[in-house]
Design a protein around this ligand. Structure first.
Ligand SMILES: [Zn+2]
Length: 240
């Protein structure tokens, strides 16, 4: 039992070491050169791009077919257990490192800015956390990703338009139907809507799994007259 506990500590120690020695690539441990953070250039180039942004009928777009009208949808990287992206998202969500979200947002932005089909949206809308969870984490991880995207794409972020009204337990052990039931109707718009009439709103999330959370956000935004909705996530977790 004691041995098991020790093993469980290992990722945490890894994270701590990376914080103490931030000049080392968290994947290959090579020294980072100036202006590099988290990953060296080579390890950034090895992150598993999906290429979805160039495919109109990609698996993320298909998630929303028959559910909610989405203009453009893409995930930038495949998200797989034990890989570098999972470690980065882990730092962002569980190790109090908001800068890792800005880093991921910038990477995503650099891919999107080269994408012909990528729409020039009017606002980036991060998927909100319930205020209680945000207080606990200290920040909204999707807002950090949206900040990085905003820098690269020069699209303003509006983090107050959507709010999450129900505090939900973790979704990770639920199936698709349960997840959908769990989030249906939990998002609301929270600002005067006039400035958002006929605007293109780009929803930003960290990872898409079943799409239930994003669908619920889309339903809330679809109440805005003339709004066009697109979706981008950093990671795509395959369901198969
Ligand atoms: Zn590296």
């Amino acid at each position: 039992m004691r041995v098991l506990k020790k093993f469980r500590l290992a990722p945490w120690i890894d994270g701590l070491l990376a914080l103490i020695y931030p000049e080392i690539c968290m994947n290959c441990q090579d020294a980072l050169i100036q202006h590099e953070r988290y990953l060296c250039r080579q390890c950034v180039s090895r992150l598993p791009l999906t290429g979805f942004e160039n495919l109109p009928d990609n698996p993320v777009t298909q998630t929303f077919w028959g559910r909610t009208p989405v203009h453009f949808a893409a995930s930038i990287y495949h998200y797989r257990k034990g890989e570098t992206l999972q470690k980065l998202i882990g730092r962002l969500k569980y190790h109090g490192d908001p800068d890792s979200g800005i880093f991921l947002g910038r990477l995503a932005g650099k891919t999107l800015i080269k994408t012909k089909a990528f729409p020039q949206a009017d606002y980036l809308i991060p998927v909100p956390l319930h205020p209680r969870r945000q207080r606990k984490r200290g920040y909204n991880q999707c807002e950090m990703i949206a900040r990085g995207l905003s820098e690269v794409l020069a699209i303003p972020m509006e983090a107050s338009l959507l709010k999450r009204t129900v505090f939900n337990p973790s979704q990770t052990r639920k199936g698709r139907y349960e997840r959908w039931q769990n989030v249906e109707g939990i998002f609301e718009t929270a600002l005067p809507l006039d400035p958002f009439h006929n605007k293109h709103l780009l929803l930003v999330d960290d990872i898409i799994t079943t799409g239930a959370t994003l669908e619920a956000c889309c339903s809330a935004l679809a109440q805005i007259p003339g709004a066009t909705i697109s979706v981008v996530t950093v990671g795509y977790a395959s369901r198969y």
